[in-house]
Design a binder for this molecule. Structure first.
Ligand code: SF4
Length: 345
């Protein structure tokens, strides 16, 4: 499907955009953002949110304007206050600290992150050494590792495998952060297995469907692109991974931007095909701004490159559903409006 502006000069018609699909919001991000919106609507301000609800500047700024107060730790919330845990999840220590302050918590942890937490708990109970492939310092990794701190060690990259030491090489399992590069993770696993042949796999993929789908779409379009623009924030792991995947898959250049205003005109010099995608925490409006910018610079044709269709949706957090019900509101929520896939050039 493509949209071509008839007014544009003939020579610019060869310039095109390949727009990745799927891109943007995943089910876990959608649920977390709606949870904060609904909490504000239902309970009024103040509603506190621990860390960024999702790793996107625009989303955080928008929710802050609506009254959400973002904090780093539970002790910044007044006793008895209402606190939302972000989509990245929290450790049991954070839950205990919230409980000690009698906070009313709403847990917006993505269910696919919770699944990894449960794996960590189960393997720790069976006394495995758990190798958590992920990035030290990322909130999700802190939360997952915090489920079993005596059993988990974080492996950041394939190059760290040499330093891994375990108690019993026959009782080792790997699990992972949900937003990693699939290829790099598999390389880490390959090296771990060379070192520990009995290494056990997690029961199912930990890298989530949304991360995988967005990487597959970028892999498909990147070989045709001189430039791939990824919309997403610097602290968004899956957005940063998309830049890496684009470059590894053949794009001559790839840049991450938070918003359209960060695009530099010189990036477009000599370029005829630009790939565009966005991380799982990015609202579609930011992508459409990029498409409009590109159309204004002669890239008036947009072809969608779709590699999967997503229709997963998670129900709202349990505590919020109960609150909505008590307030006489319908706890179900409407699916967000179908987004505009292509720009009106
Ligand atoms: S990227 Fe994956 S794990 Fe993270 S919130 Fe989205 S669906 Fe959940």
């Amino acid at each position: 499907m493509s949209v071509t502006s008839p007014e544009r000069p003939a020579e610019t018609k060869t310039k095109r955009v390949l727009l990745a699909a799927p891109r943007g919001y995943c089910a876990g991000v959608d649920r977390a953002v709606v949870a904060v919106e609904k909490a504000l609507e239902t309970y009024g301000t103040p509603v506190y949110v621990r860390k960024e609800i999702v790793h996107n500047k625009h989303v955080v700024e928008t929710l802050r304007e609506r009254g959400a107060i973002f904090v780093n730790e539970t002790d910044e919330v007044p006793e008895g206050g209402r606190l939302v845990f972000s989509a990245h999840g929290v450790s049991p220590a954070v839950r205990a600290s919230a409980e000690a302050r009698s906070l009313e918590t709403i847990d917006a942890t993505c269910p696919l992150v919770t699944k990894v937490h449960k794996e960590a708990v189960r393997f720790a109970k069976d006394d495995y050494d758990i190798l958590l492939i992920g990035h030290t310092g990322h909130e999700e990794v802190e939360g997952t590792a915090g489920e079993a701190p005596d059993h988990v060690q974080v492996v950041n990259s394939p190059d760290e495998v040499d330093q891994v030491v375990v108690r019993d090489p026959d009782k080792v399992v790997w699990i992972s952060q949900t937003t990693l590069s699939v290829d790099e993770t598999m390389e880490t696993v390959r090296r771990l297995r060379d070192k520990f042949p009995s290494l056990q796999d997690p029961p199912s993929d930990d890298i989530c469907y949304a991360t995988q789908n967005r990487q597959v779409a970028v892999k498909k379009l990147a070989p045709e692109c001189e430039l791939v623009i990824v919309v997403g924030s610097a602290n968004s792991s899956n957005s940063v991974r998309l830049v890496e995947v684009a470059l590894q898959s053949g794009a001559a250049a790839s840049y991450r931007v938070d918003r359209m205003t960060e695009i530099k005109e010189e990036w477009l010099e000599g370029v005829t095909t630009v790939g565009v995608t966005s991380g799982a925490s990015v609202p579609e409006i930011l992508v459409q701004d990029v498409i409009t910018y590109l159309a204004d610079h002669g890239f008036g044709t947009v072809d969608e490159v779709r590699t999967a269709t997503e229709d997963l949706m998670f129900s709202l957090p349990r505590e919020l559903r109960a609150g909505l019900k008590a307030a006489g509101e319908e706890p179900k929520r409407p699916r967000r409006e179908a987004r505009t896939e292509l720009p009106l050039a």
